[in-house]
Design a protein around this ligand. Structure first.
Ligand SMILES: *Cc1c(COP(=O)(O)O)cnc(C)c1O
Length: 229
């Protein structure tokens, strides 16, 4: 079984390979190492190997890790569902939130972000596949929500995030990821803070990078399978 350093390097190599294959600029895709449910010692190994961006899904667990490392060279991304009664610790401890899907949450994050902190970097989660069960904003509502978020001075709207539909049909994935790319282009025209498309996980990074993703979120391919929660 390869160790975390080897798997991390192999994830980075795949990203560089797909950047090249789809004629993307080298290093234009950032790797977020998703460390949810994994112990501090695993994250330490990834840090030693040079990784700096980490993604966490669960508020309590994520904040404990941020505070444990207390390291300003690390960037922490909150990528899980966020309930309004848990926004404060996220606003105070994370650098990015990828899963903003309503004004109420954004308003609270804005009020709770410390005045001496850098603004919280925000992505709007988009439900690009129209599945009833998936969270996220319908594509035709993203522009309006971005306009509202842009007025908050403790938040910086950086772009959009999606979770790809689980299917073996590559054409379905490509179609949805292309829609995300087009949506990002529309937003970029209106908002000069927008530059980020968080899209792609272990199973679909090739399609994501081919369709303009700038952040991929990879967990199990680096840290191994997670125990069911
Ligand atoms: C868990 C998770 C990931 C990483 O998934 P893996 O299958 O472990 O690569 C990426 N994005 C989100 C939103 C997640 O919840």
């Amino acid at each position: 079984m390869p160790n975390i350093t080897e798997r991390l390097n192999s994830a980075i190599n795949s990203i560089r390979f797909f950047e090249k294959k789809s004629q993307r600029v080298e290093n234009s895709v950032e790797l977020i190492a998703v460390s949810k449910t994994k112990p501090i010692s695993d994250i330490e190994q990834a840090i030693t190997a040079g990784q700096r961006h980490f993604g966490e899904n669960y508020v309590q667990e994520g904040v404990e890790k941020v505070l444990h490392f207390d390291d300003s060279s690390l960037t922490w991304h909150f990528i899980g569902p966020l309930q309004s009664n848990k926004t404060r610790v996220v606003a105070e401890n994370f650098d990015w939130v990828h899963t903003v899907d309503r004004l109420k949450i954004a308003k609270r994050l804005n009020e709770q972000r410390g005045v001496f902190q850098k603004p919280l970097q925000i992505l709007i989660q988009v439900n690009i596949s129209d599945e009833e069960s998936k969270s996220g904003v319908p594509p035709d509502e993203v522009m309006a929500l971005t306009t509202e978020l842009a007025q908050f001075d403790r938040l910086t709207v950086r772009g959009i995030m999606t979770i790809g539909v689980k299917t073996d049909d590559e054409s379905v994935i490509n179609k949805q990821f292309d829609k995300m790319h087009q949506l990002l282009q529309q937003l970029k025209k209106e908002f000069d803070t927008v530059d980020t498309l968080s899209m792609g996980m272990s199973s679909d990074i090739e399609q994501a990078i081919g369709n303009g993703s700038t952040m991929v979120r990879i967990g199990s391919a680096i840290f191994g399978a997670r125990a069911p929660k």
